[in-house]
Design a binder for this molecule. Sequence first.
Ligand code: NDP
Length: 255
Amino acid sequence: MPETSDNATTQPAVAPTAPERAPRVVLVTGANRGIGRAIAERFVAAGDRVATLYRSGDLPDGVLGVVGDVRDSASVDAAFSQVEAELGPVEVLVANAGITRDQLLMRMTDEEFDDVLDVNLKGAFRCVRRASKPMIRLRRGRIVLISSVVGLYGGPGQVNYASSKAALVGMARSITRELGGRGITANVVAPGFIDTDMTRALPEATQASYRAAVPAGRFAQPDEVAAAVEFIASPEAGYISGAVLPVDGGLGMGH
Ligand code: NDP
């Protein structure tokens, strides 16, 4: 439409940054350390009401902590209920809690496989299942599943971990097809190598070889993942769903 109004110059300037928005209730699993902590800090800084389901440790300022374990459906249910009672229904869920139990395939025990799937995949499932009903009632929601570049790239000694992280893509896409018409998005953020306890636990030589494989030539800081999570969970990202957003310095390109 052509601009014909005489007073066009008196219109308020369009802000180049995102508009101010009402605080939302955000639940991040495992915000006591690492990537989850950085994600929680970002949402707090943005003015949101942030809670975490966590097992141990200390929390960033301004985060409501509810002790729980994503391996236990009753614990997840109780944590959501407490957050709902204190802050209101969860509008943004970040399923971040995760573990590794690396082992060569021929030596990997059933327990090592099951333990990783129970936290990384079923833990995310328990949380999204519990989050879905209130989000459907609200007719809005943002679900962010923290996967890994390894989910689609693969990793030696990580058959259990890669399987669990790849499955999160199918989970997000199925949620998108099921709930996409209700104002709910579900996306995957796939970090590469991030400087946390998880990567610090690797032998120095392994860390060096991984660093050399990353086009960016470095590991990322947890807040670089948090920035991607903040964006994909934002109201402005409402038309992005079922996507896999890599934060990996170019490591996984095309995977
Ligand atoms: P950390 O090992 O530093 O932290 C893992 C977090 O998950 C901790 O808060 C831990 O709690 C929590 N957690 C583990 N098991 C459970 C459980 N059963 N119930 C509740 N919380 C649990 O890992 P990162 O911060 O590095 O990783 C966070 C996520 O990002 C994970 O899903 C990981 O797979 C993924 N990721 C990490 C990458 C990296 O390079 N660091 C790369 C790609 C993906 P507690 O402190 O009590 O153990």
